[in-house]
Design a protein around this ligand. Structure first.
Ligand code: APR
Length: 229
């Protein structure tokens, strides 16, 4: 008997209670930095050291944080459902909480890539990337992150997965960054949609949308227990 499919779209909010800052909350992660300065190809061209340092700090923080009850609740869902996580987050907390099927739409902090050959990708864990670190073809390494203005290679796969969801759960995203925020439009009309966020983002009203105005840790474990009943 095939398990019903649950697709989960997560954003920075699911990692907030692990101590990782979100982007757009007051004093958000970009504090002191203009987004385009540290998360765009132009910014990297202009000041590679600043960009490498920004991501080195974020990567180092991974060793100081842990998955929270929301991440573990998603793992628990796998007992009865076919769970596919589509995350905008670049941290590895979904992996570390044991979730099996994870797509990182915006890249991963624990990887580096060639600044010239996008397919040359290297696992670096929490290590820094320095100026002068190069790929096998001799070109500067950069964070394996999808920057503003760059295309989202995994989006087509994410759309296909979202279109097959029986249940779609949105957790901790302001739904302001496209194309990720557009995934909800590919969810079938008769699918159940749950949205968990202490500040419900402004999205188009639709059938079967249940908003839970709570933090991920307060709201997700209870929802998971309900779904597992
Ligand atoms: N639990 C659940 N949601 C929370 C919590 C929490 N404890 N704390 C904050 N939130 C919510 C906020 O209300 C907001 O809706 O998480 C959301 C965070 O939104 P953003 O900071 O915009 O993060 P995100 O939506 O993931 O940003 C998308 O934008 O900056 C780029 O590439 C970056 O992946 C990122 C993308």
């Amino acid at each position: 008997m095939k398990k019903p499919k649950i697709v989960v779209l997560t954003g920075a909010g699911i990692s907030a209670e692990s101590g990782i800052k979100t982007f757009r909350d007051a004093g958000g992660l970009w504090e002191g930095h203009d987004i385009m300065e540290v998360a765009s190809p132009e910014g990297f061209m202009r000041n590679p050291q600043l960009v490498l340092d920004f991501y080195n700090q974020r990567r180092r923080q991974l060793s100081e944080v842990n998955p929270n009850a929301a991440h573990f609740a998603l793992k628990k869902l796998e007992t009865k459902f076919d769970v596919q996580i589509i995350t905008q987050n670049v941290d590895d907390l979904h992996e570390r909480s044991g979730s099996k099927k994870i797509i990182h739409l915006h890249g991963e902090l624990t990887k580096a890539r060639s600044s010239i050959y996008p397919k040359l990708v290297y696992e670096i864990g929490v290590k820094d990337i320095h100026i002068g670190d190069t790929c096998e073809k001799g070109f500067q390494l950069r964070p394996f992150i999808v920057w503003f203005g760059e295309n989202v290679p995994l989006m087509e796969k994410a759309v296909d997965i979202a279109s097959k969801a029986d249940i779609f759960i949105i957790i901790g995203t302001s739904m302001q960054v496209y194309p990720a925020a557009g995934l909800i439009n590919y969810v079938q009309k008769d699918a159940l949609i749950y949205l968990i966020d202490p500040q419900i983002p402004d999205i188009a009203p639709r059938e079967n949308l249940h908003c839970i105005q709570k933090s991920a840790v307060e709201g997700l474990p209870n929802l998971v227990d309900e779904l597992l009943e």
